[in-house]
Design a binder for this molecule. Sequence first.
Ligand SMILES: Nc1ncnc2c1ncn2[C@@H]1O[C@H](COP(=O)(O)OP(=O)(O)O)[C@@H](O)[C@H]1O
Ligand SMILES: [Mg+2]
Length: 276
Amino acid sequence: MSLLQVKDVTYAYGSHHLFGKKNQREKVLSNVSLSIGEGECLGLLGMSGAGKSTLGKVILGLEKPQKGQVLFKGHDLYSTDRNTRKQLRRDLQVVFQDCYSAVNPKMTVEQIIGEPLQNYERMSVNEQEQTIEQLLERVGLNREDMGKYPHQFSGGQLQRINIARAIALKPKLIVLDEAVSSLDMVNQTNILSLLRELKSVYGLSYLFITHDIKAAYSISDSMAVMENGEVVEQCNNKTEFLHSAHPAVKTLISSILPEHPRYRSLLQKPNGEEIL
Ligand SMILES: Nc1ncnc2c1ncn2[C@@H]1O[C@H](COP(=O)(O)OP(=O)(O)O)[C@@H](O)[C@H]1O
Ligand SMILES: [Mg+2]
């Protein structure tokens, strides 16, 4: 059984009466289905406006679809009882692109990472402090950072704090919505390798949402592409994905191929360096 199964999800903003109403809103998601297994990373690609973030919110239990189901650990997120839903939510975390707006600027790092622990765990003050120290070290920061505020960190460091908060409850699935997209290349590479490490240490699953095929390819096991609210291509194996005949995939790949026609059919630069 998959950890997450999205089945035939249709969603439109601002309307709970999608069908049979005169002023129907436009569908942002149409019959979307996908699944993620335990320990698996699904790269979800697509241009801006394709519906990726909306799908992320539906999966996080934040936007109820008008049609279809989101099954997480075998439970329907939107029809299960409140208690089960709260327990499911602890296993379902998120890291957004904008690391600064994801945190309260008036809270210290200790408070930011401590928030999910306080919501779900009954720890003593000492236990919580130790856990936060370990989490900071796990993401490459120091215990001295506990008392600092968000503005005292760079974007890359703050994204590490957001990741520490996301893993604090040892979740099963993390939705990474353009989580490395606003970072410079060096930070992107470092955060991607941190995410890979955490995935293998904790057996995490990721939904890695991005418009960047290179970033997706470097971390994902399987890949999917969205266009206009639909999943138009899905491959369980990322190498298969590279050879997909779907025009959306071809466009994504050609955007990163070398300029020179001689090398365009190869996934290698003239100097032999791998493109993906
Ligand atoms: N809160 C919202 N209210 C109404 N429409 C929205 C909202 N958020 C996104 N949309 C619309 O939904 C569509 C998909 O957006 P989004 O899911 O953010 O795409 P992506 O993440 O792929 O860029 C876009 O047309 C966008 O304008
Ligand atoms: Mg988005």
